[in-house]
Structure formats: C-alpha cells, structure tokens
Design a protein around this ligand. Sequence first.
Ligand code: SF4
Length: 403
Amino acid sequence: MSELLELPVVENPLLFKEGAGSMSDHAGGVEDSLVAETTSEEVVRRTHALKEELRDRIVILGHHYQRDDIIQFADRMGDSFELSRFASELNDREFIIFCGVHFMAETADIVSAPHQKVILPDLKAGCSMSDMARIEQVQDVWDEIGGYIDTEKVCPITYMNSSAAIKAFCGEHGGAVSTSSNNRAIFQWAFDQGFEKVFFFPDQHLGRNTAFYQMGIPLDEIKLYDQTQNSPSFSRRGPGGGLTEEELQQAKIFLWRGHCSVHQHFQPSHPNIMRALYPGIQVMVHPECNFEVVRQADKVGSTSYIMKTVDEAPAGSKWAIGTEHHLVNRLKKDHPEQFITTLAPYACECATMYRISPESLLDILENLKQGVVKNQIVVSDSEKKWARVALERMLEITRLTRT
Ligand code: SF4
C-alpha cells in the first residue's frame, strides 16, 4: 500500500484560522481570487471582430479547464474527447483552433479531415502527465518485459492524455485508447479478447482506481512499473521497473508511473477537513486523484460526470470538488443555488492549459487573416494510421457497451 501514498499530506493552516469555516467566508474565497479576468478590452474587441470576419473558416474549441477569458471566445466547450469529436464533425471549417493542450490538438489532427488544419495557440501548452510517457521509453520497456513474459498476451492501453506516438503504439499492438469515463469498459474488453494482462499508460491513479474500485482486481495483482528505476543510475534488482520476475509474471495490470500534476494535489486529509467545516457536504472527485482520496469520496467520475451531477443536483446541495479549479469555479458561478467549493484549500490549476492566453489566440487570428498558419499541429501519417485504430477501437467498445 505504501506505493499508493507517494505524496506528503499537505494541510493548509489557514483553514483552521479563527473565523474560517462559515459558508459565506468561503464562498468568495480561493476560487474567485484566482480567476481575475485580465484581458484588455482592446484584445477582447479585436478577437471578437476577427472571429466574426473568419467565422466560415474557423472553429474555436475550449477545454473545460480553460479560464473564462478564453471560454468567452469558444464555439464549443468540452473535455478532450468531446472536443475531438466536435473537430471531426465540423469538417466544413478549414482551421480548428484548439484551446487546450498539445495531446488534445494532436488527437484533433488524427480525427479531423485531411483538408483541416489544427492550431494550438501556444506551443508550450503541453501536459505534464502526457510527457511522463515517451515513446522511446515505452518501446524499451516493451522489449525488456518481452524477455520475461509473452507480450502478445499483454494489451497496451493508453489514456487519452498521451502523445499520438503512444496511441499509435497501442493501436499497433492490439490495444486501445481510453478516457476516464470508459476506462473500465476498455480494460474489460482487453480481458474478453483473451489478453492476460493490461499495461496502462500514463496515469497510474486512473489505472489503479479502475482496476481496484471498479473491477475488484486485488492490489497485489496491480503493479506499478516504475520506469524511473530503469535509469542507469539505479542498480537494478530485477527485470526493470522495480519489479521482480515473479511480480511481472503474476501481475494482471501494470501501471506506468505517471500522474496528473493538478489532481495529485488533492490529499487524503482533504475530504474530512471539508466534512468538518461544512456538515452535509458531498465530496466528488475525478479518478485522476490518488487511491486514498478516491476511497474517501462520495462520488467519483469524469469531467462530464461531475458537471452532470452538479447540473442535476437540487438547490441547497453542497459539494467539495476535486478537479481543476477553473471548472470548479465555473460550476460555482453557474449554480448559485448550490454551495460549491474546491476540495483543496488552495486552487489546483493546470498551469500548461493556462498558457493559452487571449493574446496568443488573437495572434493566431491576426496571422490567419494575413494568410499565415501559425502553430499548426501535425501528426505524421504513420502515427495517424495506428492512433486512429486505437481510437476507433475505443469508440466501438464504448458504443457496444452502451447498447
Ligand atoms: S489537468 Fe492534468 S492531465 Fe489535464 S492537461 Fe493539465 S496536467 Fe494534463
């Protein structure tokens, strides 16, 4: 169990200061203070004007974690999967301007039509989780474990939050892509196909939470493959990943050592702190949170699930939500009839998502007006081919499990 609790418990002493704890004190607290809109009126005016001028050629997609001063320009909002679906449906638009992070823009390029171009307003908008699994590492690990187990019987599955190269790797090796809402169905599909093991990239928490809480797989059959232990500076005590040969053979699920740098901030102490401060509050978290946080939550689910649950909740409901704070703050604004706060006593913000600024979006539009395509994201044809296979498998599995 110790490997599950990698992070120190962080408590914010401010929570316990005198006077803290009333709903009204908190209602204008940590979330609001971090979302000040800073865009100048001139930038807003020029962006709206250019958007109108280019409206038959562009579509602007905004991820739920984007700040409001980007969302105000978005034609469509959604999570990474929903936005890619919109991209594939809107094939009359030549340019898809993706206000999200790099892997999302790659996915949009994979599923969009050949004549469409996908643009990421700031190329530094990456995803730390996606960056934790590089294709060279994954290929090395695959070759290495092949010396101990039959990799034909291991199904590689990757979370949507991964590079096109990793998605292609999974497609080529019989695996699929998954999202936080269909991960269980994809794992089950792998076993139903006759695979004996699943290797899940890159989010260890989503993988563990799915395998244990949703599928009942015992923890001793869920093994963390710690790729950081494969560095030459470590003295290896086994095949690799910190595992012995016996562990490699016995495990049913291997988890890559990756995590979301936003959701890792939610700590096992937070649910009880919130329950003590706000009696009757319900804790709802995203499954990228760690195992112990998920254990203590009242509800667990994807971004869409969290939004739907709040949308359908009665007035007076109280929620402490463990996910990115721009989304929590938007829910709070949209539902003044409910009490909504972030689960952590500080804002958990996706810093890379935040790199997409109104100024960078305006710059893209001004360049397009001049005929210049800036920051286009292009996935190679070979990666596209196999990544599409992995994505199509996911869509088919999801369709079949819904009927
Ligand atoms: S919230 Fe986490 S998983 Fe999502 S883009 Fe940011 S770092 Fe990546």
